[in-house]
Design a protein around this ligand. Sequence first.
Ligand code: FES
Length: 189
Amino acid sequence: MPPSRTPTPPPASAPETPARRDFLRVAVHGGVLLGAAGAGCLAALPRATEEPPDDLLPLAEIAALAKLEPGTPQRFEITLARRDGWRVVQRTRRLFLLRRSGGDTAAAFAAFSSVCPHAGCEVETTGKEYICPCHQAKFDANGEAAAGPAPRGLDPLELAVQPRDGKPWLHVRWQEFVTGIAQRVPRTT
Ligand code: FES
């Protein structure tokens, strides 16, 4: 987690655009769940500070492609910083990355929100599937609903492969969706 900061009022010389008011930063922390034992944790990633150009959050760098094991969902955290008046409020969200096949293009990967589409609890992974602890919804490794009350599969997140220090990294755009319905409707933040 980034260190807490004492909030200060914005300088008068830097008027905020609506998008800039909403989300100031996206910081990413890498973590891995390997199997039911949940072993291991990657070091926090140092770079991912951007300002959004529009209503969507920016793509945030999440992990080097070389870190992702084929066929094993891995969990990562992303911290969003939002300005509320003169305060900056941070919130952490989790997502899963899955390498579906070989290759270094975005098509070889999938990214899923950890927010359960049933009622918004946080889904976990066993390393082979995803399970929601609230009402036992299950999703297969590709995020498809497999059992329980969830009205749809896990929500996929936009991803892209972009270079960082000469190596390919997965970048993901965080987004939230309305829960409890079969349709995938983006939630406005
Ligand atoms: S909130 Fe996940 S199964 Fe109900």
